[in-house]
Design a binder for this molecule. Sequence first.
Ligand code: NAD
Length: 354
Amino acid sequence: MEIRFDHTTLGQRVLFGAGAAATNIAAALRDLGASRPLLVGGSHADQVVDEISTELDVAGHIGEVVQHVPAERARAAVALAREVDADAVVAIGGGSATGLAKIVARDTGLPVVAVPTTFSGSEATDIWGMTQDERKTTGTDPRVLPRVVVYDATLTQGLPPDLAAHSGLNALAHAVDSLWAPRADPINGALAGEGMRALVPGLRGLRADAEDLRAHEQVLYGTYLSGVALASAGAGMHHKICHVLGGTFNLPHAQTHAVVLPYVVAYNAPADPDSASRIAEALGTPDAAAGLWDLAREVGAPGSLGELGLTEDDVDLAAELATVAIPGSNPEPVSEEQVATLLRSALRGDDVRR
Ligand code: NAD
């Protein structure tokens, strides 16, 4: 079969090592020629913050980070970076800390060193997001791609088990959705496949022992590969639906991804058997959607969108908003009615085998 594609790999350095965050942050800053970092987040990494504050000339520290990057907080962070004359931003935290650092980078051009403490995968993308008047705006900008990512699995060990499960399933959704996203190509597919093969056993390992360091490493490794795949391939049907549920109906980010994913896979699998078998293979099951539905329950994800606060009255508007955003690359054509049916199944938490 002919192979033909146009792929862009985003340039990023990744330093991966358990217990090495402080050393690797210092090395990353040194190699960037930076010596006065603005520190963002860090509330779940006290020891790392202490170590870098002792060793480096930290120009400023924004300790409290709010979800979805409120615009006024973002403006204040940009102003602080300028005021203290920072020459880099170090973000230690989940997608919210990375997200705030990205806005500082977008508006000042400062390089970001991202040190994830969840499995959000934001560190692997050039996508920024900001919220104003309850509306979330997103965009892409090469300046916001963290120049260096420092992964240290001891930092995710403190995640409460449910949060780890939702966040890890969010990472799995990045891999799955990249398979039918607008710029899907064989390189992204290979990254997504390896990402899923690391995430599935890693998530099962975390369920068995929430502090298992090897499992945390596997999930972080899978998170990175999946984030890279999504950053390159773009967002597909799953992300468009979740974006509406989070942005318009204020459903929680990672949990929403965890619930919706099996239904999107059930919808697309018949039209894209190759992707379905890639997902099924990573899950070790014959049926991709059923395997994802079972995995979500096995690792402790919420069972339905109803549990997350969506109501029957919300479904038609959600379907209308999501349908227009779903890319033409989706293997199965979509209509508002079909998206509404999918959402109703997810609202009730129907078994995807039905
Ligand atoms: P988050 O950063 O808001 O963290 C969720 C919660 O976990 C917070 O209460 C946080 O304090 C806590 N937490 C973080 N690390 C912890 C740890 N190690 N131990 C205990 N608690 C910890 O949420 P998230 O799920 O990491 O990220 C979601 C946000 O990131 C959303 O705003 C989403 O839109 C964004 N996001 C952006 C991209 C992108 O490419 N731009 C990708 C994924 C997610």
